[in-house]
Design a protein around this ligand. Structure first.
Ligand code: ZN
Length: 303
């Protein structure tokens, strides 16, 4: 995990899941906490070596890879912990993630793993979009839903810690169908991120870039390409196609092979996010037919 400096106040620990760090005077704020104890321990060790303080933690959204290390940090440091409202409810009650992914059923033990559920986190300040002062820090938050319900990006000292609002190009290719919850909101948030005035941005997965707008545009193009595939696929099935079949065919088309329940649940949500995008655009409609959730193309003049 490499500690990378962005400017005189801003750093990030570059890893599969980035952890941001900002400091000013006696205060130091981590932005996200990594997936587990071992990830955050590496960060703590590096900050100690540099004699840098840890006083605050800002969690951008309640995905376990971003908050799994938070409890260890809280157990060992007096950190004022800040998170978006609503995401905070999940951080305080982390079994909510396997619960929602499991469609509301009591989650099986199989999906209560560290990728979907971290240890519970105490949240001291629940924030929404706006300007805030915490200790020595003045920061601005931006609501960026679409990947997680109330995800916030953080702009501080002209650096945007963009959370998972966009991914590095390599990440898009790796995941094939990126994890999102609503394609329409994802694209709205991406359009917004492009316009945020700052020196550069660092995503949750990827590297700091000054010309991050280019990567954001590639994200938009990627989601649009998947959306177009889905629209054509639905139009090729004039009698409608079931939710389960859409998941099978879209995963097959993009080379996604699921062999674990937790992984399949994430892809089910991602595929459904593209369906939701089309429903919101008015290009696809749905019905419950034969006890199945069925999707059809919405022809012009129909609604
Ligand atoms: Zn995430």
């Amino acid at each position: 995990m490499e500690m990378k400096q962005i400017n005189s106040h801003c750093y990030y620990f570059h890893s599969a899941v980035n952890i941001g760090y900002v400091y000013n005077g006696d205060d130091g704020m981590l932005i996200d906490a990594g997936i587990d104890k071992s990830a955050i321990k590496k960060v703590i060790k590096a900050l100690k070596q540099h004699g840098l303080p840890i006083t605050h933690l800002f969690i951008t959204h309640a995905h376990a890879d971003h908050y799994g290390g938070a409890k260890y940090l809280q157990d060992n440091y007096d950190v004022r912990t800040i998170a978006p409202k609503y995401e905070a409810a999940i951080l305080e009650n982390p079994s909510l993630e396997p619960l929602y992914l499991f469609g509301g059923n009591d989650p099986l033990d199989d999906i209560r793993n560290k990728f979907l559920e971290g240890p519970p986190v105490r949240i001291d300040d629940k924030v929404w979009e706006g300007n805030f002062t915490f200790g020595e820090f003045e920061l601005e938050t931006f609501s960026l839903p679409g990947h997680s319900y109330h995800q916030l990006g953080v702009k501080i000292y002209d650096v945007l810690y963009a959370a998972d609002s966009y991914f590095a190009e390599a990440q898009l290719k790796k995941h094939k169908i990126p994890y999102i919850t609503d394609c329409a909101l994802t694209i709205d948030s991406l359009s917004r991120v492009k316009e945020i005035l700052c020196d550069g941005a660092v995503p949750g997965h990827g590297e700091y870039e000054t010309n991050f707008q280019d990567t954001v545009r590639k994200n938009i193009a990627y989601h649009e390409q998947l959306s177009t595939w889905l629209e054509e696929y639905i139009s090729d099935h004039p009698d409608g196609v079931s939710h389960e079949q859409v998941i099978v065919d879209m995963c097959d088309a993009y080379g996604v092979e699921n062999n674990q329940l937790s992984q399949w649940l994430l892809y089910r949500t991602a595929v459904t996010a593209y369906l939701i995008g089309h429903i919101k655009r008015g290009t696809i409609t749905y019905a419950i037919e034969g006890n199945r959730w069925v999707f059809k193309q919405l022809k012009k003049g129909e609604d």
